[in-house]
Design a protein around this ligand. Structure first.
Ligand code: 3HC
Length: 283
């Protein structure tokens, strides 16, 4: 199946990255946001990013204009009636996602693949909410989407080979490397990454070392591109806590339980870069 028209639901941190890479790869992209203001903000963010790349000499002005010409935003889910693929990138709320997938199933053409960028929701539940469970899967991108090469292609026990193959081909077409994983909470990357990030918070809480020294240790001692606290601030502490809670709920293993400090920082609104303060300050 040839994918040409792509719908993206949500144009926040992850959604806008998915819109950007798809449009730059030549796909027509229509994103859906909750309000006109969020549509305008999403388009502004995309324009700013692409203009930044032109200013740095990393993108031709024509390529920027072509990519922007392929992007449109709407507040109406019904406008996705002509797409071949939807990538849903809303907030992590299973009930809301189930409801959205049921609606998408009624709106999108029968051949369309319905994918979720979820990092922790149950993809099988999304498939079961539709009348086309074989064409529902996970396409889990990583933050920051334009820079991170990986996409986890999440296959449920209901998935059809043809849909998985078409989605995998699309992942390659947007310049990413696909890996295939079963639909089991947290998939490959977060299953391994989240306990590491939670352990970093625990050793900091226990006074082992400073934030800066733990970050430097993992960066310089292990060759990681950033230390755990820089990464937590990038991912968002609320997202990290949510994923940890879902993992704890699923596996009931203490290593997935969010540490007290993480819970308190989220309650205090210290969510990382996006709020200007997390483990570090960003003013
Ligand atoms: N589109 C295209 N290019 C972009 C861009 C965009 N939107 N934004 C920035 N760039 C370019 C910049 O122009 C820059 O180019 P230059 O070097 O020529 O100036 C280049 O990308 C790199 O920018 P940075 O200087 O910011 O890059 P760094 O070398 O510092 O690397 C990083 C940044 C890629 C984020 C690296 O630190 C890294 O890999 N960190 C780890 C990130 C990670 O682990 N992410 C996964 C999080 S977990 C997750 O997402 C799962 C979820 O479910 C929770």
């Amino acid at each position: 199946m040839a994918i040409k028209n792509v719908g993206v639901i949500g144009c926040g941190l992850m959604g806008s990255g998915i819109v950007q890479v798809a449009a730059q790869a030549g796909f027509q992209v229509l994103f859906v946001e909750a309000t006109d203001e969020l549509v305008t903000r999403g388009l502004g963010r995309l324009r700013e990013t692409l203009e930044g790349l032109v200013a740095k000499g990393k993108l031709e002005a024509k390529a920027r204009d072509d990519a922007l010409g392929r992007i449109a935003g709407t507040t109406r889910l019904d406008d996705l009636k002509g797409v071949d693929l939807v990538v849903e990138a809303m907030t992590e709320n299973q009930a809301l996602k189930n409801e959205t997938f049921a609606k998408l199933d009624r709106i999108c053409p029968p051949h369309a693949i319905l994918a979720s960028n979820t990092s922790s929701c149950n993809v099988t539940a999304l498939a079961a909410a539709t009348g086309r469970p074989g064409q529902v899967l996970g396409l889990h991108f990583f933050n920051p989407v334009p820079l991170m090469k990986l996409v986890e292609v999440v296959r449920t026990i209901l998935a059809a080979d043809a849909a998985v193959a078409a989605a995998t081909e699309w992942v390659r077409a947007v310049g990413k490397t696909p890996v295939q994983t079963k639909d089991a909470t947290a998939f490959i990357v977060n299953r391994l990454l989240v306990p590491y990030l939670l352990d970093a918070i625990r050793v900091y809480e226990h006074g082992l070392a400073s934030l800066e020294d733990i970050d430097a240790a993992m960066k310089l001692g292990c060759g990681y591109p950033m230390g755990p606290f820089t990464l937590l601030d990038l991912v968002g502490l609320d997202t990290a806590m949510y994923v940890a809670e879902v993992m704890f709920e699923e596996f009931r293993e203490p290593r997935y339980a969010p540490p007290p400090l993480l819970k308190r920082m989220v309650l205090a609104g210290q969510l990382g870069r996006k709020t200007g303060k997390g483990f570090y300050s960003y003013s």
